[in-house]
Design a protein around this ligand. Structure first.
Ligand code: ADP
Ligand code: GN1
Ligand code: MG
Length: 354
């Protein structure tokens, strides 16, 4: 793929530009110059994001809002301008490109090394909520409509089953059955949102552990990254997605399902970091957190399985059954969360002040 390195104001001459990171969506490159400066350059996935212009407006306003709140430049993402002075570049094929300063001295984890790592990531995601509490939410476009509307995901899933585009549905009947058997459970959050019981906040919506950078020396969280899905949402989904990914005892695509569990100690550590850092959570919001964990895990199981059935059109894959492997870990996690649900509720509810 041709990369538009001449479009951006890099400090020095570019000496390398290589694929980088573990994200499932965008094409990410590490750019290095002869002055030793490093950058993250990304081509947005226009299949996933239909309104890249609106998305970049969101990212541009959120990053400039956050950079005013933090004196340390490593605490927020910083967009590098193009030679024209814009925050992004559109190439001749219509693809959107952006460049961030590389956050030096940071580390990005695929799995927590300790409870402290997970606690630190939780405090950072809670702090992200706090930092955006006065952000003008109405200026944000919805970069993926109904992104975490789980009942709407079920409708998409059923459509995919009917179309069976890659002819794989017969092969995964057991997994399909599991997803369909939990359809009623999936409405809990959306229903409470529609009834006005749960409020919308400006949320991140993709709170995986690898979307936060930690200080490589102290392990403290430095910066929340991957702001493509920052939009109004429910706090339970942000909480839940972190649990889904970071409290799992195995990788998202682990083939050996006996290695997959939701670790209650990690769950507890996340609550300790996240709940106190989140400003003004209502009792209903706190009560909704364990549901967030289960429902977003179910939603991810559905989305991975749907992509497998569709023929792998959405997520990047490294081998032909990776989406199915991912769906299976998520199903195992949902079952494990169901068996631990009462304990999860007790831990969360202990934060409700009487
Ligand atoms: P995707 O949407 O595909 O997940 P991300 O924006 O999360 O893309 O970026 C992919 C990876 O690139 C991250 O997981 C992280 O390792 C790295 N990364 C992204 N931005 C930066 C940055 N500013 N500094 C250092 N590493 C970064
Ligand atoms: C994608 O971009 P990345 O890899 O951080 C996806 C999330 C999924 C996640 C599963 C825009 O996140 O919704 O939960 O993969 N992002 C988008 O790992 O669809
Ligand atoms: Mg990411």
């Amino acid at each position: 793929m041709e990369t538009p390195i001449n479009a951006f104001c890099f400090d020095g001459n570019v000496i390398s530009c290589d694929k980088y990171g573990e994200g499932h969506i965008n094409q990410t490159y590490l750019v290095v110059t002869d002055k030793g400066k490093r950058y993250i350059m990304q081509r947005l996935n226009s299949f996933v994001f239909k309104d890249c212009h609106g998305l970049m407006n969101n990212v541009s306003s959120v990053t400039s809002f956050l950079s005013k709140k933090y004196s340390d430049p490593r605490r927020s993402l910083h967009l590098v301008p193009t030679l024209q002075g814009t925050d992004w570049h559109v190439d001749h094929e219509g693809y959107y490109w952006r460049v961030y300063d590389f956050i030096e001295g940071s580390t990005c984890l695929q799995m927590a090394r300790s409870k402290e790592d997970f606690f630190n990531s939780a405090a950072a995601f809670g702090g992200f909520q706090a930092a955006l509490i006065d952000f003008p939410a109405s200026t944000l476009v919805e970069t993926i409509p109904n992104f975490h509307n789980t009942p709407a995901r079920y409708q998409q899933f059923k459509k995919s089953l009917k179309e069976n585009a890659a002819g794989r549905a017969e092969e995964v009947e057991e997994e399909i059955h599991f997803i369909l058997s939990r359809e009623e459970d999936a409405v809990y959050l959306q229903e409470r949102l529609e009834k006005g019981i749960l409020p919308l906040r400006v949320t991140h919506n993709d709170t995986k552990l690898n979307n936060v950078l930690l200080d490589e020396n102290t392990g403290e969280a430095l910066c929340i990254i991957d702001l493509d899905t920052v939009m109004p949402g429910l706090v339970a989904y942000d909480f839940g997605d972190s649990i889904r990914f970071g409290a799992s005892t195995g990788a998202e695509d682990e083939k050996d399902l006996s290695k997959i569990e939701m670790d209650l100690d990690l769950f507890k550590a996340y609550c300790e970091g996240f709940i106190p850092a989140c400003p003004g959570l209502t009792s209903e919001e706190i009560r909704s957190l364990p549901y967030g964990a289960k429902i977003i895990t179910l939603e991810n199981a559905l989305r991975f399985l749907m992509d497998y059935i569709d023929g792998d059109t959405y997520y990047k894959i490294a081998h032909p059954v990776q989406n199915l492997d991912r769906a299976r870990t998520q199903i195992k996690l949902v079952m494990d969360m169901e068996s631990k649900f009462h304990e999860m509720q007790e831990i969360c509810n202990s934060y409700i002040s009487l």
